[in-house]
Design a protein around this ligand. Structure first.
Ligand SMILES: *Cc1c(COP(=O)(O)O)cnc(C)c1O
Length: 364
């Protein structure tokens, strides 16, 4: 039985008629950049997930860039971030000329370890980018307490955690700004690039809105140096078709994760943990095993797709070699990169496929 790591075609074929009709309406109305479809999506996204408002953008990296501007990070400033995440988490820091300062992750959750943050704070520290990795909410109370004590601006990278809550609060509303990605492989994926920014702070949100379109509130008057980060009308239209299904898709991911957690009994395997402060939305189901290469080969032989997310921690990436982090400087993240393997988890997996993954893992 074939179990692909991810198959986007099933979801898109199921929604094909509705999606193409929505795209045709946008096409006929020539609503190509922002416009009604994007506004409708921003409203639906906010009301469905519990945000006061949301700003649609052209990728998940753009809101991280905007948030770094909102935090007034700049040359000479340091911003704390985890090394076990996708590179975009820290691009915004670098784009504005600030320096990412890596703090190792917690061995159980893969998220920033609050106990290690204060040791990394210097007089130049300006902010923290916390990631809710694989859909699991980070320890925000502890992170926010440290941020408050040191006057730091907190960005939440929610790219993998759409729909997740921390102690009942939707992720992205705990810090100063929250960012989302609608890249096709994300839990809520567009047909192309997309992203969003949320903030509980009205003034910051209004600033982000100006930055999105050339720093301009009034056409041809530019109060700030801005960006062109507009969301396409087509993405807004398509995301409006998909959003009503997100709750059901998330529940299915959580059900698959529960089954994996109960069913996988392979010795020496570390399964994702559940935490008392919120439920993961399982963007990934990433296990750790000391012989992960052999395990991957074994699964591939039985037609089960896997992925390495992530093989190299950010502090060991070539682009950050100049920061001078030695091998061994972030031992938890490095060990995670060396032992992790992500199993198939997407809403359209069948029960039989899920059972096939479990029995094949256990037979290793
Ligand atoms: C996907 C992702 C982003 C944003 O990526 P884009 O490809 O620009 O949409 C940011 N952070 C994390 C952790 C991600 O997984």
């Amino acid at each position: 039985m074939k179990v692909p790591f991810l198959d986007l075609s099933l979801q898109h074929q199921a929604l094909r008629t509705e999606a193409l009709a929505a795209l045709a309406a946008t096409y006929d109305a020539t609503r190509f950049c922002l416009g009604k479809d994007v506004e409708d999506f921003e409203k639906a996204f906010s009301s469905t997930l519990g945000y006061p408002r949301a700003l649609g953008l052209n990728s998940g990296t753009s809101p991280l860039h905007v948030a770094a501007v909102l935090g007034e990070f700049g040359r000479g400033d340091e911003v704390i971030a985890p090394p076990f995440t996708f590179i975009s988490t820290v691009w915004g820091i670098s784009y504005v000329g600030a320096t990412p300062v890596f703090v190792d992750v917690d061995a159980a959750t893969f998220n920033l370890d609050p106990a290690k943050i204060e040791a990394a704070i210097t007089p130049r520290t300006k902010g923290i980018v916390a990631v809710h990795l694989f859909g699991q909410p980070a320890q925000m109370d502890e992170i926010l307490a440290i941020a408050k004590k040191h006057g730091l601006f907190v960005i939440e990278d929610c790219a993998q955690a759409v729909g997740a809550r921390y102690k009942g609060t939707p992720v992205g509303l705990l810090g100063d700004a929250g960012t989302f990605s609608f890249y096709p492989t994300k839990n809520l994926g567009g047909c192309g690039e997309g992203g969003a920014l949320v903030s509980k702070n009205d003034a910051l949100f209004e600033n982000a809105k100006l930055l999105r379109v050339h720093g301009s509130g009034r056409r041809y008057y530019h109060d700030h140096v801005g960006f062109n980060f507009r969301m396409d009308g087509f993405q807004g239209a398509l995301l409006n078709v998909k959003l009503p299904h997100l709750g059901k898709w998330t529940a299915r991911r959580q059900a698959i994760a529960k089954r994996y957690r109960e069913g996988i009994t392979l010795a020496d395997t570390i399964l994702p943990v559940t935490v008392p402060w919120g439920e993961s939305v399982y963007h990934q189901f990433t296990i750790r095993h000391p012989r992960r290469e052999a395990l991957r080969e074994h699964l591939a032989k039985h037609e089960i797709g896997t992925d390495l997310i992530y093989p190299v921690p950010l502090h060991r990436q070539q682009c950050y070699a100049g920061l001078g982090y030695a091998e061994g400087s972030m031992p938890v993240a490095e060990k995670a990169c060396a032992t992790c393997v992500s199993l198939p988890i997407f809403p359209e997996l069948t029960e039989a496929q899920v059972e096939h993954v479990i029995t094949t893992v256990n037979a290793f």
